[in-house]
Design a protein around this ligand. Structure first.
Ligand code: GLA
Ligand code: ZN
Length: 680
C-alpha cells in the first residue's frame, strides 16, 4: 500500500521554503513549533531550492534538507518533496546558456525569474536527471516522504533551435510527408506552401501566426514536449520508489474560469498518479457575488476531480491574500474556512497553502502565508488556519470519498485553442469558458452534481451530457456523441458547434450530416451580433433575450421548443428537441442569459434533491464513500440563511447533531453532514 493511501488525514500545510532561511537557525526551529500549533501536517519542500541543493556544479548539500525533513517527521508530519527544475541556479545558466528559453520573438532570455527553461535542452535534462536521482536515492525510504512533486506549474514554450528541431521531428512522425502537412495546414493560403521540413518554424508574432493548423500543432507539441520532460523527470522515482505517488501542480484561472490553457491537461492527467492544482479565487471582489465566484471555483474543482474521476489535492491556496490579483484583498473572517470547505466539497483531499512563511524580500514578500512577518500565533490568519486544522481532523473520514454525477459538461482545451484562433464571430473573445460556466451555474444553483469532463471520457454513465460551443469536432467525437444518444443519453449542444475538424479545417458541404441527423436540424448561417444587439426567443411560455450569436437553423426531424422573435429569421426555430435512437438531443441555436437556461434545464432535466433544502447562495454538495454520504452545506452569502434537514444528521465538523427541521446558517457558515445512504 502506498504511503499516501496509508495516510488517513486530510493534508494540511503547504509550500515551505527553509532554503530562504538557512542563515536564521532560530526561525527554522520555531517553524516546527508553529507547524504543530497551526494543526498542519504536510509540507512541500525544495520547490525552488536548486541553488541550495547544488551550490556549485556537481557539489551537493543535502544536510540542511535532512534536518528539516527529520524535524517534520518528528512532529508526525509528511513531506511532499519537489524536484527543483522550476528554477535553476545562476551558475548553470552562465555555463550552459542552452538551458535558457528563446521566446516567440526569437529573443534569447537572460537568467532570472523561473519556469523558463528549455524543455529540449539535453544539458538541462541531464542536470535534472542527476539531482532528481539524488533526491530519490536519499529520501525515497524516508518515513516522512509522502509524495513527489515534480517541478512546479509547468507552462510556457521555448522557440530555440533545439525545440524547432524537435517540433519538426514531431511533425514528421505525425504527417510523414510534407504534402500531407501542407494539406492539413491549408498551407497554400498566401503561398505558405512548405517545400522543405527545415522551413517549418514555430508560430511567432514576427513570423507566422495565420496558419491555424500550425498554431494547433504547436500547442499539441508543447503539451507533448512538456509531458515528455515530466516523464523524464519521473524516471528515477518510478525506478527507485515505485510505491510513492507522483504529482505535479496544475493551474486554473478561477476568474475566467478555465484550467490553464497553455497545456492540455486531459493528456497530462494520464501520467500523474494524483491530480493537484493551485486555486486562488479572488474573494470579495467588486463585480460578482460570493456565490457566483464560489460556483466558478466549484466548476474548476469538478474539472480537476473528473480528470481522473477521483479526489485530487489542492496543492496551493492562500490562507489570506495573494500578491498578483489586480487588487489583493484580505479574506474576511470565516472565508478561509468556507473557501477551504468549498474545495473539499468538490473532491479535494487537502488544504495546502502557498506559503508557510512570508519571505522578507523579493516579489512575493507580501503574499499571504500562515506565518506572517509578525511571526505571531495570535494573528487572525494563523488562528483561522489552526482552527481549520482542527476541523480537518474532525472530518478526515471524507478522504477518498467521491462524487457520483449524472450530468457531464464537456470542456475541451483543444477546442478552446481553435475557437480562440478563429478570425470570425466576435473576434476578441468567444467566451467559451464563460459559456460553459453559465450552463454549469444552473446545476450549481440547484445543487446538482456535475462532472466537467474532457472528450476522451466515457459518457454512458451520464443521463445528461452538455457540450456547448464544441466548434472543433473530429469524426470520432461526433460518433461518440451519436452513440451516446442512440443508447438513451440526453445531449445538449449550442451555436458554434461542429464547424471544423481536428486540423481546424472547415467541414465542407454544410453542417456535417452525422450532426444534422443527431440533432435533427441543419445550421444554415451564424449571425454574430454587436454587444448591445438583442433578439429574443419565445419558449416555455415566456420570452428570453438572445445575444452575441444567433444561428439560423432549419429543422430536419427535430421539434422546435422556441423561435426567434425578431429580424429576418423571425419565427424560425431557435431551440429544438430531437429523438435519436433511444435518446434525445437538444440544440440551442443562440446565446442566451441564465433566465433561459433555467427554464430550459428545468424542462430537460430533473434530479432527486440532495436531502437538504437551502436558499439561493447556499450550496449543497455531496461526496460518497462506503455507503455513507457526506453532505456539505455552505452559505456563500453575506447574510444568515435558513436550511431544512429532512432528518436528524450529525455534523462531523463540529460533532453536533442537527435535528430534523429548519436551521439558520450564519454568514459563511457550513456543515459537513453525515448520512447513511438508504438502501436502493
Ligand atoms: C504559484 C506558484 C507559487 C507562488 C504562487 C503565488 O501558484 O506555484 O510558487 O508563486 O503562485 O500565488
Ligand atoms: Zn528550447
Amino acid at each position: 500500500m502506498s504511503k499516501y493511501t496509508q495516510e488517513r488525514r486530510l493534508l494540511h500545510g503547504g509550500d515551505y521554503n527553509p532554503d530562504q532561511w538557512l542563515h536564521c537557525p532560530d526561525i527554522l526551529t520555531e517553524d516546527i513549533a508553529l507547524m504543530r500549533d497551526a494543526n498542519t501536517n504536510t509540507f512541500s519542500l525544495g520547490i525552488f531550492a536548486w541553488a541550495k541543493l547544488e551550490p556549485q556544479e556537481g557539489v551537493f548539500d543535502f544536510a540542511w534538507l535532512d534536518t528539516v525533513i527529520n524535524r517534520i517527521e518528528a512532529i508526525g508530519g509528511n513531506v511532499i518533496l519537489a524536484t527543483p527544475s522550476g528554477a535553476r541556479p545562476a551558475w548553470m545558466s552562465a555555463k550552459y546558456p542552452e538551458v535558457l528559453r528563446v521566446n516567440e520573438r526569437r529573443e534569447k532570455q537572460l537568467h532570472g525569474a523561473r519556469h523558463n527553461h528549455c524543455f529540449s535542452s539535453p544539458i538541462y535534462r541531464e542536470k535534472v536527471q542527476i539531482i532528481n536521482r539524488k533526491l530519490a536515492e536519499r529520501y525515497g525510504d524516508h518515513k516522512a516522504l509522502l509524495m513527489w512533486h515534480i517541478s512546479n506549474e509547468y507552462g510556457g514554450d521555448c522557440h530555440c533551435n533545439l525545440c524547432q528541431e524537435n517540433f519538426r521531428t514531431w511533425l514528421k512522425s505525425k504527417y510523414q510527408t510534407l504534402e500531407r502537412l501542407n494539406r492539413a495546414w491549408w498551407a497554400d493560403f498566401w503561398s505558405h506552401t512548405l517545400t522543405d521540413w527545415n522551413q517549418i518554424e514555430s508560430p511567432s508574432s514576427i513570423g507566422e501566426t495565420g496558419v491555424h493548423g500550425l498554431n494547433l500543432d504547436w500547442r499539441r507539441f508543447v503539451t507533448d514536449q512538456t509531458i515528455d520532460f515530466y516523464l523524464e523527470e519521473c524516471r528515477p522515482f518510478r525506478e527507485l520508489t515505485p510505491d510513492v505517488e507522483i504529482t505535479t501542480n496544475f493551474m486554473g484561472e478561477v476568474m475566467e474560469p478555465h484550467p490553464f490553457a497553455g497545456l492540455d491537461y486531459a493528456k497530462f492527467a494520464e501520467v500523474v498518479d494524483i491530480v493537484s492544482w493551485d486555486a486562488y479565487p479572488n474573494w470579495h471582489n467588486d463585480y460578482e457575488t460570493t456565490a457566483h465566484l464560489a460556483s466558478k471555483l466549484a466548476f474548476l474543482n469538478d474539472y480537476f476531480r473528473a480528470l481522473k474521476d477521483k479526489p485530487f489535492l489542492i496543492m496551493e491556496s492562500t490562507p489570506s491574500l495573494v500578491n498578483w490579483h489586480p487588487v489583493n484583498k484580505a479574506k474576511r473572517p470565516g472565508m478561509h474556512l468556507l473557501s477551504s470547505i468549498a474545495t473539499l466539497a468538490h473532491g479535494s483531499d487537502s488544504v495546502l497553502y502557498f506559503q508557510w512563511r512570508k519571505s522578507r524580500g523579493s516579489s512575493e514578500k507580501f503574499h499571504g502565508a500562515v506565518v506572517d512577518h509578525d511571526q505571531s500565533r495570535e494573528n487572525r490568519v494563523f488562528q483561522e488556519v489552526s482552527e481549520l486544522g482542527r476541523i480537518l481532523e474532525n472530518i478526515k473520514e471524507i478522504k477518498g470519498a467521491n462524487t457520483r454525477a449524472k450530468v457531464a459538461l464537456l470542456y475541451d482545451t483543444e477546442n478552446k485553442w481553435a475557437l480562440d484562433d478563429a478570425q470570425a464571430y466576435v473576434r476578441a473573445d468567444k467566451q467559451y469558458a464563460e459559456t460553459l460556466h453559465m450552463h454549469y451555474k444552473y446545476f450549481w444553483d440547484n445543487n446538482i452534481a456535475v462532472d466537467v469532463i474532457t472528450k476522451d471520457k466515457p459518457l454512458d454513465r451520464y443521463q445528461l451530457v452538455i457540450a456547448p460551443m464544441l466548434y472543433m469536432m473530429e469524426a470520432a467525437v461526433i460518433e461518440k456523441l451519436r452513440s451516446y444518444v442512440a443508447h438513451g443519453g440526453h445531449l445538449v449542444s449550442t451555436y458554434l458547434t461542429g464547424k471544423v475538424d481536428e486540423n481546424d479545417l472547415v467541414y465542407q458541404g454544410g453542417w456535417p450530416v452525422p450532426l444534422s441527423e443527431l440533432f435533427g436540424v441543419n445550421v444554415l448561417e451564424t449571425d454574430t451580433l454587436y454587444p448591445k444587439d438583442r433578439n429574443s426567443i419565445a419558449a416555455f411560455g415566456s420570452e428570453f433575450a438572445a445575444m452575441d450569436y444567433c444561428e439560423i437553423i432549419q429543422t430536419a426531424g427535430a421539434m422546435p421548443l422556441g423561435t426567434y422573435q425578431a429580424d429576418f429569421y423571425q419565427e424560425t426555430p431557435a431551440v429544438t428537441e430531437h429523438a435519436f435512437g433511444r435518446g434525445r438531443s437538444y440544440f440551442i441555436a443562440a446565446r442566451t442569459g441564465p433566465d433561459f437556461l433555467n427554464a430550459f434545464y428545468s424542462f430537460v432535466y430533473r434530479e432527486e434533491s440532495r436531502g437538504v433544502e437551502a436558499e439561493a447562495g447556499v450550496s449543497v454538495a455531496v461526496r460518497e464513500k462506503d455507503g455513507v454520504a457526506y453532505i456539505f452545506v455552505m452559505n456563500f452569502t453575506e447574510s444568515a440563511q435558513s436550511i431544512h434537514l429532512p432528518e436528524r444528521m450529525l455534523d462531523i465538523a463540529t460533532g453536533n447533531t442537527l435535528e430534523q427541521g429548519t436551521h439558520e446558517l450564519p454568514v459563511y457558515g457550513f456543515h459537513v453532514l453525515k448520512r447513511a445512504k438508504k438502501e436502493a
